[in-house]
Unconditional design. Structure first.
Length: 163
């Protein structure tokens, strides 16, 4: 009887150690998989998140609107729009914003476009160069967004201005 108890105890001890090893191995494998899984593009902590939006219904006539590239522009995934130099629309850090333009110079010098927008949280500048002109003028350039905490992001833009 003594041998059966010793044998059963040894068997349970070995079985428990194997379970611990296999569950520990599983945990580290899961951790590795979690770290390697591709996730939705998220901005690092403190970075500025610039999101796409549909064309603003507030804009009725002349406007400028830009996307990150030509493909997004054709798919109507805009990151910036304004209504002929009065109000700019962006979606930053998950919030759709309507901001007053401080200055706008639509091709006054050397077929370049510049716009400045600022509020208590963001300072935004748009710079572009005309690449094609018909009824609407096509532009390529950059959109630079700075936060008051010092973080900033610069994004290439492609879009048009026209009536």
């Amino acid at each position: 009887m003594k041998y059966i108890i010793v044998f059963a105890s040894a068997l349970m001890l070995v079985a428990c150690k194997k379970e611990q090893q296999s569950s520990t191995g599983t945990r580290s494998a899961d951790s590795v998989q979690t770290a390697q899984k591709p996730s939705a593009p998220e901005a690092p902590a403190g970075a500025i998140s610039v999101e796409t939006f549909a064309f603003p219904s507030e804009i009725k006539e002349c406007s400028c609107y830009f996307a990150k590239n030509k493909a997004d522009f054709e798919a109507e995934k805009y990151i910036y729009a304004d209504d002929a130099g009065k109000t700019a629309y962006l979606k930053l850090d998950g919030k759709r914003l309507a901001l007053n333009l401080i200055s706008s110079s639509d091709m006054e010098a050397d077929e370049e476009l510049t716009k400045e927008i600022e509020n208590e949280t963001y300072k935004i500048s748009v710079k572009g160069k005309k690449i094609k002109g018909e009824e609407a003028l096509l532009f390529e350039g950059t959109l630079k967004i700075e936060k008051t905490d010092g973080t900033s992001v610069t994004i290439p833009i492609y879009g048009e201005c026209g009536c």
